[in-house]
Design a protein around this ligand. Structure first.
Ligand code: H2U
Length: 348
């Protein structure tokens, strides 16, 4: 009988943050690359678009006018999914029908006044301003007595349902901790209690020993394709220091975080020479007033692309009914990302 080999044989990988599994089928894609590569995306967008609802000075759908902002700009979402003025209440019928009202605040953050830029093309100093706005919003929203969790995220690209190419992200803050962070918090808590250490601090150490899945590393942060990644080029950017939230960054860490966000998004754009779509977001401690020592700051990137600028991975069939599945291994994806040029293809 042959020995089990992660690069040869179908296997299930465990995600210690979520408790879920991913089915990996490396035999279906032994070579790191099989698909076509699209031509470079040479689309040029204007610096200012008079029809864009996020550009400075323009009117939004709700009738309000954006100021002539010069770096970042935040406003309350005109079509907010969560609202503050919701009556408290719940409905229960039998053992099976249950609902409870949910209070919250949704905001939109413009990363830059420039309509034509995205994070990889912005200066690091401008990305620092975005981080500072994330900090301000996490603190302010989190200080509301009825806001117990603040989700900062970015949907980039039409493929991810993003309605406007102007560089922007969103924040949804609410009274309940939603399922993903609740589960991740629980697993980090169980780990801390059992082993006396941060789950992600121990994981970083393992990855540094193995040197197989690391994509980028600087003094304060590490970006890797997690062993249990589901999306073909999924990554996690993790703070080396065991901190619970974005407010605990030192000035140096803030700078290093901005640099890594820029470097990572350049690699992504260079992979298929296109403005790389993704959903990305920060997972950090709830804002319910408790200490949450178990939490370790990290930023997820979930990009849908698989083979080229247009061919994405579908989460269908077995994946909707069984477990998520991938062919290309996390190790091959990390190797591909690592080997890409560090200069954006549009500047090369
Ligand atoms: P996307 O990043 O998913 O495209 O979302 C943009 C958000 O901007 C979306 O949530 C909001 C939408 O509700 N929006 C406004 O708040 N005002 C507008 O004038 C248009 C869009």
């Amino acid at each position: 009988m042959m020995n089990f080999d992660l690069n040869e044989h179908p296997h299930r990988r465990y995600n210690p943050l979520s408790g879920e599994y991913v089915l990996v089928s490396p035999h279906r894609m032994k070579r790191p690359w099989q698909g076509q590569v699209e031509k470079k995306d040479e689309t040029v967008r204007p610096k200012y678009d008079p029809k864009c609802y996020l550009c400075p000075g323009n009117e939004r759908a709700g009738g309000e006018k954006n100021p002539q902002y010069e770096s970042t700009y935040v406003f309350t979402n005109d079509f907010a999914a969560l609202k503050e003025d919701v009556p408290s209440g719940s409905i229960e019928k039998g053992n099976l029908i249950r609902a409870q009202s949910e209070k919250g605040i949704c905001k939109v953050i413009c990363f830059s006044p420039r309509h034509d830029l995205t994070l990889p093309q912005m200066e690091t100093t401008a990305i620092v301003k975005v981080i500072e706005l994330w900090q301000k919003e996490y603190e302010e929203l989190g200080s509301h007595p009825e806001i117990n969790y603040v989700q900062i995220f970015e949907n980039k690209g039409q493929m991810m349902g993003c309605s406007n190419p102007h560089p922007h992200g969103q924040i949804w803050a609410q009274s309940t901790v939603p399922l993903e962070p609740a589960v991740v918090g629980k697993h980090q808590g169980d780990y801390l209690q059992k082993y006396g250490n941060s789950l992600l601090a121990d994981y970083i150490q393992l990855e540094q020993e193995e040197q197989e899945r690391i994509v980028l590393e600087n003094e304060h942060f590490i970006t890797l394709v997690p062993f249990w990644a589901v999306w073909p080029f999924e990554t996690m950017l993790i703070s080396k220091r065991h901190i619970q939230n974005i407010l605990q960054f030192t000035e140096e860490e803030k700078q290093a975080y901005a640099e890594m966000l820029k470097q990572l998004t350049i690699l992504y754009d260079n992979l298929f020479e296109t403005s790389f779509p993704y959903s990305a977001g920060i997972h950090q401690a709830p804002t319910d007033g408790l200490e949450h020592k178990e939490w370790h700051f990290h930023h997820h990137f979930y990009p849908p692309l698989l083979r080229s600028a247009t061919v994405k991975k579908f989460m269908v069939g077995y994946e909707m009914l069984g477990d998520p599945q991938r062919d290309i291994t996390a190790e091959s994806s990390a190797e591909r990302l690592r080997s890409l040029p560090s200069v954006h293809y549009k500047d090369a």
